[in-house]
Design a protein around this ligand. Structure first.
Ligand code: ACO
Ligand SMILES: O=CC(=O)O
Ligand code: MG
Length: 707
């Protein structure tokens, strides 16, 4: 049983108290007594407002549910929907035109367009890898994935495949830094003479693309992104290369989000400490992890900065690591790590204070993460401007507590709830001097789309959501609003996750649409994906795209408010079965690892055997979808029960190789994970905003209590 101790009138888990006093506070100049005094006051002041905002969510949803139930399946026109949403206070008047005023923003956010990597911060091995993913090997990314159309054969190095990789890489150099007299593939030497790159195929068409050099490397720069040609004639690859090129390194994950939210499992103090401790290691620079792979073991640590000579002879220092954000949880959840007046603390309040406290370790002397002296917090799952203003107030109060100048804590706003999308201008206005991004979290957003109109009728199939009118309007509106509010040069306009981690050829072929749509960043699930997605930012000039898009007619609110119900469509029994099984398999495959093993982000095969990145947001979509079809009789309860049992056996088989895995199918009644998945569906319609957190937390806590 967790022990709580009373500090400044709040009950704090004893382990959390020790962690904060012995690990997080030392070095910040803040004394424990004043920290606890301020923390307690902040919680007392802000908890009532947090609760009020959650009650407002419920009231609005109840009003929408009542109205929708009374429509008997006849969807409101977008005009009627808009009028209704205004009437109940869901839609507010847009603000007068304004531009954001955020200052002290690092160039990785304000200027450089490139990939954004997300990683569960409680996994030190992955978190370090993500921080170090600023630079990635193009050759490895092409060789080791299906990017070139096929997978590498089993066994040792395949020289023919290696040649294809090298050719592809050299052709990319022709795009990024063309030579005046031929192709990079035909170059037999790269040399620096004076301040210029010299090859036997001429110099650079644009000499300014040479950013620098160091012993054994040429550094190019294009669209603010760097590319390093690694020269090493002794290297196994360089040895067989006419010009001695051993690799091409791409500046890849320009920013990375250390996630405390949807990709982690943190239901109590000990798990929250795991999350906070890794963030602390990243901010202090001393995080390490022992990695065993390929028959060897090594210690992974944070990469160092990289040093070059620039044309003119000056030293050029480039960051070796991605600029790090930390994603806090939203306003919904509470956590037993602390109690105030006997009630669990609102987790988002604690996250803000503790992650910002930890951020202090960087913004003093070190500035190894933010040279500009900012702490970057991503705030997810906010519904509308009042909730954004509340996050702003929380950050104000946190700054007061930690002695920080106003707006030191920056905010990345996830545009991932319908009330936020529909009021995006007002949301941005509410945090206009600290906002550093808006990002279309289309996965949560799809879950909220289903949940909000749950009672209207059955929704289209999950795959069809991607072409629904609301989704296009949502994506366009996000860019239009960001441009209108002056984001270019100050803040990111971001797009969502590539959720098929093994489908790199498809990503390479498709994800260019994000920079083309005017986004300065977009999410990737892995360092390899970051390296490959970086190519899109060489191919698309985001700044030019943003200038071109700035004058277009903004996305119509009517389209954003077009509800994706199926409108009388009858699916065949086969289509219903496939949809149900796909959702149920995804839910079970994700939930079983979440509950039993504490893994918050997993790759789970869908019914077509494509491994999908599953996190709480994708689980929200699947569970809400089944709940919606159940509510409207598209599927019967017995059919769902039967699918759960059948898919449990499938998921058990998929995990058969994992020695730590507890099968569900032999005794589903006794499997807490199975029961959690079942509850997510059968109790799905009643979950706040359709979120999965309350049921996931309850079931994991039950499992931990059971031992
Ligand atoms: C809707 C949303 O909120 S999306 C945001 C939440 N999602 C995420 O954060 C995605 C994070 N990604 C992941 O957790 C993983 O990539 C998964 C679960 C999707 C796939 O994982 P796996 O199949 O185990 O990855 P895979 O086996 O292919 O690769 C493992 C290697 O890649 C690395 N890796 C994989 N994902 C990441 C990542 N996001 N960051 C850093 N490194 C990563 C691992 O460190 C490991 O390398 P190592 O052995 O050198 O340590
Ligand atoms: O957080 C991202 C999302 O898509 O949801
Ligand atoms: Mg999300």
């Amino acid at each position: 049983m967790a022990q709580h101790v009373l500090v400044s009138g709040i009950e704090v888990d004893a382990q959390l108290k020790s962690f904060l006093e012995e690990e997080a506070l030392p070095g910040t100049g803040i004394e424990p007594a004043s920290f606890w005094f301020g923390f307690s006051a902040l919680l007392r002041e802000l908890t009532p407002e947090n609760r009020r905002l959650l009650r407002k969510r419920d009231r609005l949803q109840e009003a929408i549910d009542r109205r929708n139930a009374g429509l008997h399946g006849l969807p409101p026109s977008p005009v009627e929907e808009e009028e209704f949403l205004r009437e109940i206070g869901y839609l507010v008047d847009p603000p007068a035109p304004f531009t954001i005023g955020t200052e002290n923003v690092d160039p990785e956010i304000s200027r450089i367009a490139g990939p954004q990597l997300v990683v569960p911060v409680n996994n030190a091995r992955y978190a370090l890898n993500a921080a170090n993913a600023r630079w990635g090997s193009l050759y490895d990314a092409l060789y080791g994935t299906d990017a070139l159309g096929d997978l590498p054969p089993a066994g040792g190095y395949d020289a023919a495949r290696g040649r294809r990789v090298v050719d592809w890489g050299r052709a990319l150099l022709d795009e990024i830094a063309p030579l005046s007299g031929g192709r990079h593939a035909d170059v037999s030497f790269y040399r620096i003479e004076g301040d210029r790159l010299v090859t036997d195929r001429g110099g650079l068409d644009d000499p300014a693309r040479l950013a620098g050099w160091r012993d054994g490397a040429i550094l190019l720069r294009h669209h603010d992104l760097h590319v390093e040609i690694v020269l090493d004639p002794a290297h196994p690859i360089g040895r067989d290369d006419m010009a001695g090129v051993a690799d091409i390194l791409l500046e890849s994950a320009i920013t990375a989000i250390m996630d405390c939210e949807d990709s982690v499992t943190a239901v109590d103090a000990s798990e929250k400490i795991g999350v906070y401790r890794n963030w602390l290691g990243l901010m202090k620079g001393d995080l390490s992890a022992q990695v065993a792979k390929g028959g060897r073991s090594f210690e992974r640590r944070l990469a160092e900065d990289r040093h070059y000579v620039a044309p003119g002879g000056e030293t050029l220092t480039l960051r070796g690591r991605a600029l790090l954000f930390v994603r806090n949880v939203g306003h919904l959840m509470t956590n037993p790590m602390m109690r105030i007046d006997g009630e669990e603390v609102h987790e988002g309040l604690a996250d803000a204070v503790i992650t910002a406290l930890i951020g202090l370790h960087d913004i003093g002397e070190r500035r190894a993460n933010s040279a500009a002296g900012s702490i970057y917090i991503v705030k997810p799952k906010m519904h509308g401007p009042e909730e954004a203003a509340f996050a702003g107030a929380l950050f104000d109060r946190t700054e007061n507590l930690l002695g920080l100048a106003r707006n030191t804590i920056k905010i990345g706003v996830m545009d991932e709830e319908r009330r936020t999308s529909a009021n995006l201008g007002a949301v941005i206005a509410a945090v206009k001097d600290r906002i550093v991004f808006i990002n279309t979290g289309f996965l949560d957003r799809t879950g909220d789309e289903i949940h909000t109109s749950m009672r209207l009728g059955p929704m289209v199939r999950k795959g069809e959501m991607k072409s629904a009118a609301w989704l296009k309007a949502y994506e366009d509106n996000n860019v239009d609003t960001g441009l209108a509010c002056g984001f270019p040069g100050r803040a990111q306009i971001g797009k969502g996750m590539w959720a098929m981690p093994d489908r790199m050829a498809d990503m390479l072929a498709q994800k260019h649409i994000h920079p083309e749509a005017g986004a300065s960043t977009a999410w990737v699930p892995s360092p390899t994906a970051a390296t490959l997605h970086a190519i899109h930012y060489h191919r698309v000039d985001v700044a030019a795209r943003q200038r071109a898009l700035a004058g277009r007619t903004p996305a119509a609110l009517a389209n954003l408010l077009t509800i994706p119900i199926a409108d009388g469509r009858n699916w065949s029994a086969e289509e219903v079965r496939e949809e149900l099984e796909n959702n149920v398999q995804g839910i079970l495959g994700y939930v079983v690892r979440w509950i039993d093993q504490g893994v918050g982000c997993s790759k789970v095969p869908d019914v077509h055997d494509v491994g999908l990145m599953e996190d709480r947001a994708t689980c929200r979509i699947s569970s809400q979808h089944v709940a919606n079809w159940l509510l409207h009789g598209v599927v019967a309860p017995a059919q769902v029960e039967e699918a759960l049992l059948r898919m449990a056996a499938v998921v058990d088989r998929q995990n058969a190789g994992d020695p730590g895995y507890r099968p569900m199918a032999p005794d589903p009644e006794a499997s807490i994970a199975f029961q959690a998945a079942r509850a997510l569906i059968f109790e799905g319609a009643a979950q706040p905003s359709g979120y999965t957190e309350p049921l996931l937390h309850t079931h994991r806590l039950a499992l931990k209590r059971a031992g």
